[in-house]
Design a protein around this ligand. Structure first.
Ligand SMILES: N[C@@H](CCC(=O)N[C@@H](CS)C(=O)NCC(=O)O)C(=O)O
Length: 249
């Protein structure tokens, strides 16, 4: 994982250089699935973290302080050190602020395999469900243009130019490659995931582990959109989702 020390927070006086303690921050895009993975864990652990929404048209510039990674989420800790990439970030937060208790739940190899499963399979299912048809792509970009932080012109530009790109280029290719309808793809993944829980309430057993937070993040990123209704008739998936919601209340 990349970490970079930031100079912000250094307080100088004539005798000494002292590092001030900063409130940790998490730079996010509201609709970014990778950011929701991390937000879920932050909420579950009850961490005091400032959430900073970036402008979707200027991500690289807004997180330039974290080097050339150029993506969200970026977590800055109380010492001004940066951490990027959502899955390594989940591990880092658990290790640093929770004594690694979630990583220690159950079999490590199983957890690693399923984290990888979430990051390869689930991550590819979010674009098709949000942009897989021309109607859903238009609904999604319109909604994003309302809820994300944008400048005056970039909001209008995104609302009109975003959807042909997402639908016409990216989503069409993904739907064609998978062959399944976006809803079917989600249902198959939720079945595969919840079947793996066996008799337990969560992937991690009686309480959630890092895999639960990864999958929860991908699913939660669909929740601000009308297409979430396509997932809501997956009974086991939704029961698990509601259990996840309750763990942070
Ligand atoms: N593997 C990264 C992916 C992060 C990512 O792709 N974030 C998107 C937002 S959903 C982003 O910042 N994209 C900006 C870009 O690629 O220019 C993670 O899990 O954190």
């Amino acid at each position: 994982m990349e970490t970079i020390q930031r100079e912000r927070g250094l307080k100088k006086d004539s005798h000494s250089v002292e590092v001030m303690s900063l409130a940790p921050t998490l730079h996010i895009l509201y609709t970014c699935p990778f950011c929701w993975k991390v937000r879920g864990l932050v909420e579950y652990l009850g961490l005091d973290v400032n959430i900073v929404s970036v402008n979707g048209m200027k991500i690289k510039k807004e997180v330039a302080f974290a080097g050339d990674w150029g993506k969200v989420p970026v977590f800055t800790d109380e010492k001004g050190e940066f951490f990027v990439d959502s899955t390594p970030l989940l591990r880092h937060l658990d290790a640093t602020y929770n004594s690694g208790k979630l990583a220690a739940l159950g079999d490590k190899q199983r957890q690693d395999e399923w984290l990888n499963w979430a990051d390869t399979k689930m991550s590819k299912a979010t674009v098709p469900i949000l942009y897989g048809t021309i109607g859903s792509a238009l609904q999604t970009t319109t909604r994003i243009s309302k809820i994300e932080k944008f400048g005056f012109f970039s909001r209008r530009l995104y609302a009109w130019a975003g959807f042909p790109v997402m639908w016409g280029i990216i989503a069409k290719k993904r739907v064609k490659k998978d062959g399944r309808k976006p809803k079917q793809l989600w249902h198959d993944l939720l079945t595969e995931f919840t079947d793996e829980h066996g008799e337990h309430s969560f992937f991690g057993g009686d309480s959630p582990d890092l895999v639960d937070f990864a999958v929860y993040g991908y699913m939660r990123s669909i929740s601000p959109f009308p297409q979430f209704s396509l997932l809501q008739d997956h009974a086991n998936g939704m029961e698990w989702y509601h259990r996840m919601e309750q763990t942070s209340q």
